[in-house]
Structure formats: C-alpha cells, structure tokens
Design a protein around this ligand. Structure first.
Ligand SMILES: NC(=O)c1ccc[n+]([C@@H]2O[C@H](COP(=O)([O-])OP(=O)(O)OC[C@H]3O[C@@H](n4cnc5c(N)ncnc54)[C@H](OP(=O)(O)O)[C@@H]3O)[C@@H](O)[C@H]2O)c1
Length: 235
C-alpha cells in the first residue's frame, strides 16, 4: 500500500506560489483529531492565521493555545454571535464537527448561513469520506447530513461548497471492523485480497484538507483519495 504526499497527488496545488499576504482560516471543531492535524499543517505557512472553536478550549494542545497566530473561541454549534466573530473576515471556513446528525445538519447550516452573510466565499463541509454523492438518502444514515449540506450549499448564491473526499480514514476503519490485529501484526480482510481499498491516514487527509483550504480556487468536490490494490498475503 503506497502512501503518497497529498501535494505530489495534486500537482496543481504545488504550482501555487505561497502568498505572503495574511490568510485567515476558521476551523469549526478545532479539537477534532483531523482538525488538530489540519491546523498543524496550516501553521507551517508563516502567513496563515487560524481561528478555531471548541466547546472547551482548555483541552486544546499548547501549539494552539500558545501560538500568536491562533485565536480560539469557546462556543457550541448554535452560538450564532460567537460563530459570526469566528467567521467574519476569514478566507475560508473548514468544518470538522463529528457529531450527531442534528448537529451535522443544523450546526453546519448555521455556519453556511454565516458565511453567506459575512461574505466568506468558501465553506469546506465536514465530509472527509468516500463518495457520498453516489448514495441515496437513507442508504447510510450518517452520510445523510452530507447530502443535505451539499444541496443547501448548491442553493447559496455567494458561498461555494467544498467537499473533500478522502476515502475511509484508516485508523477508524481498522478499529471499527477489527481489521488490524496489533498483537499479531496481521491485517484481516474479506474477499480475495485483490479488492481496492479506499483508505487514507488522518495525517495524509489533513495535508489534503490544508492544501485545499490554502487554494482560493479550490471549490466543489475534491477527490483526494487514491486507489491501490491490496494484495499482500495476510489473513
Ligand atoms: N472517512 C472516515 O473514515 C472518517 C472517520 C472518522 C471521521 N471522519 C470525518 O472526519 C471529520 C472529523 O472527525 P474526527 O474523527 O477528527 O472527530 P473527533 O476527533 O471525534 O472530534 C469531534 C469534533 O466534533 C465536535 N463535536 C462533537 N460533538 C459536538 C456537538 N454536539 N456540537 C459541536 N461540536 C461537536 C468536537 O468539538 P468539541 O471540542 O466542542 O468537543 C470535536 O471537534 C468529520 O467530518 C468526520 O465525518 C471520517
């Protein structure tokens, strides 16, 4: 299984000159495992400022709490005015909520509405998954909010939706389905062993999300997953 750098998979992103202009990115749900890695990637760019929300900012790591380029806002998903202060004046909003379907739907709708009102032109939805557009509503209940949010964004005149498809995140996939036996150092699989697995690590996904967030022209569906046949002889 080959793990390429996101930038080598998206050469168009490499060709962009990193701007020296201040560039502010808001992350709703900055405490999430994915968001922490996204924020770390973003802060490698010296011109980037990050704003982030959590319901409890005291739990956030020092690299966020101590950075002069990070602003943290303690608020929940329906604290409209706190979220407005997060969003106002930023270039792009990245949502990393991972919550119940109501929060994923209503919380994200509020963020989208605030982007529209505050003139923020891009909203990166909390998707980071395989291609949910191929599913019908009800096929996989946890993916339903993604479909609703995409439709909601498609109707908005000003804010552009961005949907990042990274496949399944390896760490959760291996845990959920008992695929990886860390004691025995074995992968278990079903099928012939030649099926393609659409998997990516949180770290690689975060590098893609950061690259997309930094590219002002990146809108719509961004499929960053890659396919590799997994054919090793493990059981
Ligand atoms: N493709 C895959 O296999 C896969 C696997 C896992 C996740 N994902 C996706 O990756 C993204 C982030 O997931 P993650 O694993 O990094 O998340 P995580 O570590 O579980 O963190 C959850 C985040 O959601 C926020 N949150 C939880 N409940 C909330 C609520 N009721 N109201 C507001 N915020 C709430 C938390 O904020 P607080 O700080 O306020 O608690 C936290 O920032 C999501 O879009 C998820 O769908 C994809």
């Amino acid at each position: 299984m080959r793990l390429d750098s996101p930038l080598s998979n998206c050469p168009d992103l490499l060709s962009k000159d990193p701007s020296t202009m201040p560039y502010t990115i808001a992350i709703a749900g900055i405490s999430s495992a994915l968001a922490l890695k996204v924020a770390a990637e973003l802060l490698k760019q010296p011109n980037v400022h990050v704003r982030g929300t959590s319901r409890d900012i005291s739990k956030l790591p020092p690299f966020l709490k101590d950075s002069p380029r990070v602003t943290l806002v303690q608020c929940g998903p329906y604290d409209t005015e706190a979220l407005r202060s997060l969003i106002r004046g930023c270039e792009v909003v990245v949502c990393c909520y991972y919550a119940d379907n109501k929060t994923m739907l209503e919380g994200q709708k509020l963020l989208v509405d605030l982007c529209e009102e505050e003139g923020v032109s891009r909203y990166i939805a909390s998707d980071y998954t395989s291609d949910f557009t191929k599913l019908d509503l009800g096929d996989v209940m946890v993916k339903d909010p993604m479909k609703h949010i995409k439709a909601y964004l498609d109707e908005k005149p000003k804010v552009n939706g961005v949907h990042i498809l990274v496949g399944l995140l390896m760490e959760t996939f291996w845990g959920y389905f008992d695929v990886w036996d860390s004691k025995e150092k074995k992968l278990r699989y079903w099928g012939t062993g030649h099926e393609e697995w659409d998997l990516m690590t949180y770290q690689t996904a975060a590098e893609y999300v950061a690259a997309v967030a930094l590219d002002p022209e990146a809108i719509g569906i961004k499929k960053c997953a890659f396919h590799e046949s997994f054919s090793q002889n493990h059981h």
